[in-house]
Design a protein around this ligand. Structure first.
Ligand SMILES: Nc1ncnc2c1ncn2[C@@H]1O[C@H](COP(=O)(O)OP(=O)(O)OP(=O)(O)O)[C@@H](O)[C@H]1O
Ligand SMILES: [Mg+2]
Length: 274
């Protein structure tokens, strides 16, 4: 079953000052299956956030279609849950209140929504913090809360735009392992945007590598690493390094052209393209 289908997506922005058109996305197509973890990687400014915002319904495309669970996207909806880079939590609500909010909006009775919220707080390791407020949590804990809040709504697709980018390296690794653990037990469908090649390889089933702006899909790389994944074991597998090298090669094509150099890298090397 396909959870998310992006077909020939195109996006041009009109610059507010100059009035000039900037083509952010030339043509991007890919699909995410139900229960699959797909990451999008690409050079800075290539349109990753734009793709995610179009899927979320925050931004309207100039061409092409986005279909979630069989329905064309036409604005934001509860079938798509977004975990933001900055936490976007309700500061006046408790941790429990933040997680239960979406359920409350959908008319789930209080006892049931609190029970469900607690279940998801437990899943992300925040069960002792239900009655705290977001400002009483560390950055990493706030990001866990963001994940719990989205998961509690059981969206068709979970959208994450560099959720760990502002977290220190050590905590980030822990959060990546936790996210993988959650993914492995609950199998949400995840569309994940990142700059970090190792993070993408560690988390994903497939990686969509975009070219620089105006972006196209350069290649879709399969990540056939065993699960459950733990940093210590997974990063040691030769296959992990092989895939990371492959993704780095694909990204380097754009670095070379951007600096006017020669794209002399062997991008046809032993790969696992979809
Ligand atoms: N609201 C907007 N109006 C005009 N141009 C925009 C707007 N939003 C994005 N752009 C342009 O579209 C292009 C893609 O931006 P986007 O934020 O999607 O890239 P990104 O891949 O997420 O970048 P980063 O890796 O830095 O997060 C950029 O050139 C950006 O300047
Ligand atoms: Mg971005």
């Amino acid at each position: 079953m396909t959870a998310l289908e992006i077909d020939r997506l195109h996006k041009a922005y009109t610059d507010t000052y100059s009035g000039e058109e900037v083509t952010a996305i030339d043509e991007v197509s890919f699909a995410v299956k139900e229960g699959e973890f797909v990451s999008v990687l690409g050079p800075s400014g290539c349109g990753k956030t734009t793709v995610l915002n179009i899927v979320a319904g925050f931004v309207r495309q100039s061409g092409g279609t986005v279909v979630v669970d069989g329905r064309p996207v036409d604005g934001p909806g509860p079938d798509r849950g977004v975990v933001f880079q900055s936490h976007a939590l309700f500061p006046w609500k408790t941790v429990l209140g933040n997680v239960a909010f979406g359920l409350r909006m959908r008319g789930v009775p209080r006892a049931e929504r609190n029970a469900r919220a607690r279940e998801f707080l437990e899943l992300v390791g925040l069960n002792g913090f239900a009655h705290r407020y977001p400002h009483e949590l560390s950055g990493g804990m706030q990001q866990r809360l963001g994940v719990a809040r989205v998961l509690a709504n059981e969206p068709a697709v979970m959208l994450m735009d560099e959720p760990f980018a502002s977290i220190d390296a050590q905590t980030r690794r822990k959060l990546q392992e936790d996210l993988t653990g959650i993914f492995e037990t609950r199998r949400p469908t995840v569309f994940f945007v990142t700059h970090d090649v190792d993070e993408a390889v560690f988390l994903s089933d497939r990686i969509v590598v975009l070219s620089r702006r105006p972006s196209r899909v350069r290649e879709i790389v399969n990540v056939k690493l065993p699960r459950p994944r733990r940093w210590q074991d997974t990063a040691e597998l030769p296959e992990f390094r092989r895939i990371a090298n492959r993704v780095n090669e694909l990204l380097a094509v754009d670095e070379d052209t951007a600096t006017g150099g020669v794209a002399g890298k062997d991008v046809e090397g032993g790969h696992d393209a979809a």
